[in-house]
Design a binder for this molecule. Structure first.
Ligand code: GLU
Length: 511
């Protein structure tokens, strides 16, 4: 590859960025970095009707959070600035003019109402209306109206659009780096609108002009744009520009059944479809995000990378650098990738398990602070407490929040006891046993898990109680249920006073 590789992510700020969009950005980023090239961010905001004010910042923040930085684009202005299409209007005007002059585009004055009527009329005859080679000379276009009249109508402020004139009777040969070769008959294409009288280009024109001016070598984008590829090729030809190479990525599919992954699927199966929480400023509706759900960006990215791409061996865990090394468009699949909720959590768990106790403790401390969780008074050394909880609970944790969720009893004295457990564990002699245990522990000075274990076990043997008869109600007293780590560890963490307190509480409550 002699030319410097340049790719772009070109989202439209019409709402929160879907995780499919993040994956498109990620694949572009990986491809660029693999080939020592540039990754650009361009905002395609020509559709003013669908513009959402906070979407642009959301896109930038999402890319930053996910850890896929762009080299050039909004806020990182390079020689092709500006990178927001609404600020490039003048540029498109010049190019649409060129297409008109060369006979590749024409004015059309047909009103929206008239076209709607035609559409209905065709429909009633079982046909579909499309503006193109079959009818463009009979409609109100500059192909049928004299140049002078066209001029007059424009000067009179009439609304118009400028359409691309698709050539007739041609077979186009298209190549996609993922899908291979395709043939398209130009007679099946309609004359798409490229420009409107409000001075705004449509997506097709702006996209091609910018990709050319920004020296984009590879267009890597979602499969929904595949039908536009023929028109885009023709536009490159009309401008006599070299077209970039195209790669259309497979869709992200619903966890079950057919179709594109939607927000509704997320709500139904309980997972986010957006990288970060998004607040719709009009409706006030808040959509959940991976960031707020507690996913690590590395886990999120790793999961996304494997939705539609796989390595040549069975490796699943990849750092970003490893992804850059391993990534290739050849290994992107043609068929859609089914979203897998359990697998997504699995990735998060893998990344959490790889972290050191120290790192997890720092994160857990931040979580405690952010959520205003009170560390109980019976805890003397707060950092040690946090560190200990991480050590005791990490094995089964998926998210940092799990240290709190599965370890709540470390923070709060139980006030209720799991009914099923009570039925099973609480027997006639239990109260007496716990009372004796209480006495034993009251005289214990060193509240250390190992010491306690040895001491209590010896005591049980001496008394002839049987282990389960003591440990089970002891656990119930400390936790409120039969879950949690080793009971001696719990006792050591909450300390002597609180352990005794909990033993007294359960006796009062259950007898
Ligand atoms: N603005 C388009 C979008 O929102 C970009 C499509 C493309 O990458 O060409 O997806």
């Amino acid at each position: 590859m002699s030319q410097r590789v340049r790719v772009r992510f070109a989202p439209s700020p019409t709402g929160p960025l879907h995780i499919g969009g993040v994956r498109t950005a990620l694949y572009n980023y990986l491809f660029a970095k693999k080939h020592d090239g540039d990754f650009l961010l361009r905002i395609e905001d020509t559709d003013q009707a669908r513009y959402v004010a906070n979407a642009e910042q959301y896109i930038i923040d999402s890319l930053n959070w996910a850890g896929i930085p762009y080299d050039e684009g909004l806020g990182k202005e390079g020689k092709h600035a500006p990178y927001r299409q609404s600020e490039r209007k003048e540029i498109y005007k010049q190019y649409i003019q060129e297409l008109i002059e060369n006979g590749w585009a024409y004015y059309a004055f047909d009103s929206a109402e008239k076209l709607e009527l035609l559409r209905k009329q065709y429909e009633s005859e079982g046909k579909t209306f499309s503006y193109g080679w079959e009818n463009r000379e009979q409609l109100e276009s500059s192909l049928s109206i004299s140049a002078a009249d066209v001029q007059k109508r424009i000067e009179n402020g009439e609304n118009y659009v400028i359409r691309f004139k698709i050539p007739k009777n041609e077979t186009l040969h298209l190549t996609d780096l993922i899908r291979g070769d395709m043939k398209i008959e130009t007679n099946t294409l309609d004359d798409k609108v490229l420009f409107k009288s409000d001075g705004m280009p449509t997506y097709h024109l702006a996209n091609i002009v910018d990709d050319h001016l920004m020296e984009i070598t590879h267009v890597i984008r979602g499969e929904e744009w595949l039908p536009s590829m023929a028109l885009h090729q023709l536009l490159y030809r009309a401008f006599e520009w070299q077209a970039p190479q195209f790669a259309h990525l497979p869709l992200l599919l619903k966890p079950e059944g057919q179709g594109k992954l939607s927000k509704r699927d997320g709500d139904k199966f309980g997972f986010p479809v957006f990288p970060m929480e998004f607040k719709d400023e009009k409706t006030g509706e808040v959509s959940r995000g991976y960031r707020e759900d507690g996913y690590f960006p590395e886990a999120f990215i790793n999961m996304l990378a494997l939705l539609g791409w796989h390595s040549d061996n069975d490796q699943e865990i990849f750092s970003l650098d490893e992804l850059i090394q391993a990534f290739s468009l050849e290994r992107v699949s043609k068929s859609g990738a089914k979203f897998d909720v359990a697998k997504t959590q699995w990735f998060q768990q893998q990344y959490l398990q790889k972290k050191s106790d120290e790192d997890l403790a720092t994160m857990f401390a931040a979580y405690i602070e952010k959520n205003n969780i009170k560390i109980p008074e019976y805890i003397q050394d707060k950092s040690h407490f946090i560190f200990k909880l991480v050590q005791l609970l990490r094995e089964r944790a998926v998210f940092v929040s799990d240290f709190y969720k599965t370890g709540k009893f470390f923070f709060e004295t139980p006030t209720v006891y799991d009914e099923i457990a009570v039925k099973k564990v609480w027997q006639i002699d239990t109260k007496e046993i716990l009372q004796n245990l209480e006495e034993l522990l009251a005289s214990t000075t060193l509240f250390d898990a190992v010491v306690l274990e040895e001491q209590i076990k010896n005591w049980i043997t001496e008394k002839g109680y049987g282990m389960g008869k003591v440990f089970q109600p002891f656990r119930l007293a400390l936790v409120g249920s039969m879950s949690g780590p080793h009971v001696f560890d719990i006792a050591a963490v909450i300390g002597k006073q609180e352990t005794l307190n909990r033993l007294i509480n359960i006796q009062k409550k259950l007898s």
